[in-house]
Design a binder for this molecule. Structure first.
Ligand code: PMP
Length: 404
């Protein structure tokens, strides 16, 4: 991969902050956008702006065509069987809320269980708790070991006849752990339990093939895979989506409405009430085509090199401790340096032009498990370089000396 050429595709990467070249290591929170994505958004508003699905006029049909072609791009990207299995949402969070609400209403009774892991993002905890208040479902939580890996045997022991769904992150946004989802799906299906994969941190780093995985649901956010904010994807097997009631009511999701009774549209529209973000979905398709052209496998390989380099260099810093040492790990590193509060570290790195994330990373239960409140997290994308990692390392060294 020609990183210098790739970096030129991302206008923001040549910016400076506080007079220093920007080193952007907050990709786990949101990724930067290539020029083609930004240009697609402008093109959509300048040349194709009209409401989709409803109009007979030229522009409406053109916008609809763009939006539905984007659905096919997503279908192909995930290797789903049919575009009807691709539901556009506002993001991972809304996609999990959709499944939690519709799945629990259709299939759960009081004291049924949803099995998650100790490393989930709040987006894969709270929607189930909200459903607990309505349908009486309860959370079961599978533990992790000291390296931040899921304990598979303990995980299987948590499965019972009350387990109705297993909902698990593919890659932890705090630890970088890559969960053995193939194995988990196999175990779950042995017990006839469907599986939802939170792929918010994985589709941009690894090839995800929903038919090969045989997962029942999979969700991700456009903004983390170089697409625009405000758009996300729910993949669901047709048999589940057909059996689940609509999530929200409104235009587009209906077949016919009267004051007495409403019937619902077919998939995928049954789950897409209101005007969709057709500009966003079209720009997401542009982002997916962009990364596919580079090749997710190539991206993964290069990011792994960055991870190995950064791990080695960071571990050489005295008093620095990395949280998350799974054998299968993705390109992000959470760390703490003894005697330096992560917020101080984050703010001082910022003054050097280095953007990292500090805090609990929307995973408070995991933080409690680790016995800490927060970490500093550097998360790498394929446009990052070893030179930027060197800048981070010398920044941390400088800050460490200031605190000595
Ligand atoms: N799950 C994981 C693993 C995440 O990292 C995130 C984003 N930090 C989410 C869910 C939520 O994604 P979004 O805010 O885009 O809905």
């Amino acid at each position: 991969m020609d990183i210098n050429r790739i970096r030129q595709d991302f206008p923001i990467l040549s910016h400076t902050v506080y007079g220093k070249p920007l080193v952007y290591f907050d990709n786990g929170a949101t990724a930067q956008k290539p020029r083609c994505v930004v240009e697609k958004i402008v093109e959509m508003y300048e040349s194709f702006n009209a409401n989709v699905h409803r109009g007979v006029h030229f522009l409406s049909q053109a916008a609809t065509d763009k939006h539905e072609t984007s659905r096919i791009t997503v279908q192909k990207f995930l290797n789903a069987k049919s575009p009807s299995e691709i539901i556009f949402t506002r993001g991972t969070t809304e996609a999990i809320n959709l499944v939690a609400s519709s799945f629990c209403r259709a299939f759960c009774k009081p004291d049924d269980e949803i099995l998650i892991t100790a490393m989930e993002h709040h987006a894969n905890i709270v929607p189930w708790q909200l459903q607990g208040d309505i349908t009486g479902v309860k959370l079961q939580v599978a533990p992790i070991n000291a390296d931040g890996e899921l304990m598979l045997e303990e995980f299987e022991k948590k499965i019972s006849e009350r387990t109705k769904l297993i909902s698990i992150t593919h890659i932890s946004n705090v630890l970088g752990t890559v969960n053995p989802i193939e194995k988990i799906i196999e175990i779950a299906h042995k017990h006839n339990i469907p599986v939802l994969i939170d792929a918010a941190q994985s589709v941009q780093h690894a090839t995800v093939d929903v038919q090969k995985l045989n997962c029942d649901f999979l969700v991700f956010s456009s903004h983390k895979i170089y697409g625009p904010t405000g758009v996300g994807v729910l993949y669901g097997k047709e048999k589940w989506l057909n059996a689940m009631p609509p999530y929200q009511g409104g235009g587009e999701m209906i077949a016919s409405v009267s004051f007495e009774k409403t019937t619902f549209n077919e998939l995928p529209f049954k789950f897409e009430a209101g005007t969709p973000d057709f500009v966003g979905t079209t720009a997401l398709a542009t982002a997916l085509n962009y990364v596919s052209e580079i090749g997710i496998d190539k991206i993964a390989q290069y990011e792994h090199e960055l991870l190995e380099y950064a791990t080695e260099r960071l571990l050489a810093i005295p008093k620095l401790r990395i949280y998350g040492n799974a054998k299968q790990k993705c390109s992000l590193i959470s760390f703490l340096v003894d005697g330096i509060h992560p917020y101080d570290m984050g703010m001082l790195l910022d003054k050097m032009g280095i953007a990292v994330r500090t805090g609990h990373h929307c995973a408070e239960p995991l933080m409690r498990e680790l016995g800490i409140d927060s970490t500093v997290r550097a998360s790498f994308a394929f446009y990052n370089t070893k030179e930027e990692i060197d800048v981070l390392v010398s920044g941390i060294e400088r800050i460490r000396k200031m605190f000595e």
